[in-house]
Design a binder for this molecule. Structure first.
Ligand SMILES: Cc1cc2nc3c(=O)[nH]c(=O)nc-3n(C[C@H](O)[C@H](O)[C@H](O)COP(=O)(O)OP(=O)(O)OC[C@H]3O[C@@H](n4cnc5c(N)ncnc54)[C@H](O)[C@@H]3O)c2cc1C
Length: 332
């Protein structure tokens, strides 16, 4: 499912608002609703309307709805926010710079947006290995979603799963019921996944653990034929023939577009936030899956809640700036 938003009409289009919200997922909508109710001028710029909700079909745990399709929930979020006159633009923010006391953002299509405050609600992107062959064989044997693609490997002689967390364990277990053999490649000797999931993997006779090992290349012709791996302890390299490689190595926020501002992140690349979702950069707030808050519990309701709190934080900041502007005598 991919819903489209309004697109900027001309390349040189400009906007000036109190708060720019980057993203169009639950956190961004929560932030937009509360920002509008605080009577701030708001612009939402998001690449994909609904964010990760596009990856699922039914939602059964959003308060007020016993069961609702993801597309309907996205539609309701949008309608609610637009009822306050908030404009939503489909585009990607490619840069945010300081501009006096505020910020200047540029979108991929060339739109320029000045704002007093920014709320980052960009969710997460999948981590990649960055090895030769990975990009080339995406969709031709390389997958980032075991749940989505496992069935495509029914009766395959062998597949590999890379990773050591919950998704890797769940992926390996699922794939073991489709492929004849599953190699689980992990760079350490211990797994960080829940022990119960690790036990399940170990109980499957057709899953082989390949530990202390990294993938250095994905090999193939028309599609994947194997992986080159290296044992980090012995330095030994070998090729394992496989038809599919499932990279279940986690997610991280995609932050380069804003890193020139010196945004503080934790060891895993998540944006550090404080009380009202403020970051270490004055005027920049963050909300949802991209923050270091409630990392073990990432849901629609928590993302929307963080968005609403970020709007509250941004409101305080914008009001302070406006008050300062009033007090400062204007130059002749
Ligand atoms: C398969 C799956 C099923 C799930 N099921 C449930 C469920 O049943 N219930 C539940 O509560 N949660 C569920 N979740 C979790 C939930 O979807 C997330 O926690 C939630 O979507 C996070 O919201 P967010 O707004 O922080 O990020 P996201 O939803 O990821 O939204 C991020 C937004 O930012 C945009 N973006 C990123 N970078 C830029 C940029 N540079 N410029 C402009 N826009 C940008 C993206 O396009 C997107 O619009 C599920 C997640 C997945 C993957």
């Amino acid at each position: 499912m991919s819903l489209r938003l309004g697109t900027p009409r001309q390349k040189e289009e400009k906007a000036e608002v109190d708060v720019l919200i980057i993203g169009a997922g639950p956190a961004a909508f929560g932030a937009a609703l509360y920002s509008a109710r605080y009577k701030m001028s708001v612009l939402v710029v998001g690449e994909f309307l609904g964010g990760q909700l596009n990856n699922t079909s039914e939602i059964e745990n959003y308060l007020g709805f016993e069961r609702i399709s993801a597309s309907e929930l996205i539609g309701r979020f949008r309608k609610h926010v637009e009822s306050y006159g908030v404009k939503i633009i489909q585009d990607r923010i490619s840069e945010v710079k300081r501009d006096g006391e505020g910020f200047l953002a540029t979108t991929k299509r060339g739109m320029k947006i000045r704002s007093k405050a920014v709320i980052i609600a960009i969710g997460l992107k999948r981590r990649t290995l960055g090895v030769p062959g990975e990009k080339e064989f995406v969709g031709r044997g390389v997958s980032y979603c075991s749940i989505c693609d496992a069935a495509l490997f029914k009766d395959a002689d062998a597949v590999a799963v890379v990773g050591g967390g919950d998704s890797a364990m769940e992926g390996a277990t699922l794939l073991s019921s489709y492929a004849k053999k599953v190699f689980l490649i992990h760079r350490r000797s211990e797994f960080r996944a829940q022990p119960i999931l690790v036990e399940e993997v170990k109980s499957k006779p057709n899953i082989e653990l390949v530990l202390d090992t990294v993938v250095t290349e994905i090999l193939g012709d028309k599609s994947v034929t194997g992986i080159r791996v290296k044992n980090l302890k012995t330095g030994e390299e070998r090729v394992i023939p496989v038809k599919g490689v499932f990279l279940e190595i986690g997610f991280e926020p995609d932050l380069p577009f804003i890193q020139n501002l010196g945004l503080e992140t934790d060891d895993y690349g998540f944006i550090k936030v404080h009380g009202y979702m403020e970051t270490n950069v004055k005027g920049i707030f963050a909300a949802g899956d991209c923050t270091d808050l409630w990392k073990a519990f990432r849901q629609i309701i928590t993302a929307a809640a963080q968005g609403s709190v970020a709007a509250h934080g941004a409101y305080g900041y914008v009001e302070e700036l406006k008050l300062k502007d009033k007090k400062t005598p204007s130059s002749p």
